[in-house]
Design a protein around this ligand. Sequence first.
Ligand code: MN
Length: 364
Amino acid sequence: MHSKLKASMFARWRNLRRTCAAADLSLRHTLTVCGVRLDPCTEPGRKCSGSRYNVPPSAEFVARVSGIPTMAKLPHQESAEGLDAAFVGVPIDTGTSNRPGARFGPRQIRVESAMLRAYNSGTRAAPYESLMVADIGDVNVNVYDLKDTCKRIREAYRKILATGCIPLTMGGDHTIAYPILQAVAERHGPVGLVHVDAHADTSDVVLGEKIGHGTPFRRCVEEGLLDCKRVVQIGLRGSGYSADSYEWSRAQGFRVVQVEECWFKSLAPLMAEVRAQMGSGPVYLSFDIDALDPGFAPGTGTPEIAGLTPIQGVEIIRGCRGLNLVGCDLVEVSPPYDTTGNTALTGANLLFEMLCVLPKIKYY
Ligand SMILES: [Mn+2]
């Protein structure tokens, strides 16, 4: 074949290969044209994408609805090795006290994440020019045994964190924050916590059980996993078992921001205070989708009326920019109650916002 023609075909193939990397497995390999083998992989990079980092394929070239639905259409890999950040699912709802279904959360978030593009138009963040990110699949949970599941989660996160990778978790009910924080604190010591939720999740025992989605942060305090002066709980509301449902949180030194303090206002000023509270130490962000009003996010296990708006949710996450985030989660998306898919869509976007505020992200 004429060498100029071959070079031009090669260039076109390489461009096609870049956009198709995550969408069409057959294009990962080689293309034979007129008996000539064209191999676009000129470097030993994991995906030979031509970029230093994994980049989701653009919907300009690859239909959103095509391909295996990984988070943000990123490549899937088995372990966190070589990654700066990883999306990981924890598909359980065995800790749920009311509506079940959060075990399907990671799967539905991945499906709705097909809408996510590579840049943050609001903040001009360029996560895929900054960090190596992939979807590393789900923790292999035991849906028959919550305590065994917690052990499996803890061990899986130990391995993820040992690589230096920052996990961005898709839940799953809120029980998972407990074993995740066990692994996080093992690596980083007691962490600050930005906890966005309708509920404090600080119950001691529910129906005789210590482990469930209403108890994770009580367990975390008992085990010294949190730096209690650097904990904030935002969006708390709903009827309680006593007149002051959040007394225990305050007694630990947490800052409690009940939803009434959030109504009708921007949360950007609050987040300036939260950044001062968190300082430069390690911080974990745990975002229960039920913090948002059920009008916006009905697909969840324990909805409470008069919640945060999606705008306020985004303000909280964007307000975490500059913090030393060592892990984030988005929990309690329950697809059976999410008839439009918009709760999972909101969850996927909030996870993207979390990715965009991780340390070392480039902003234009
Ligand atoms: Mn919760």
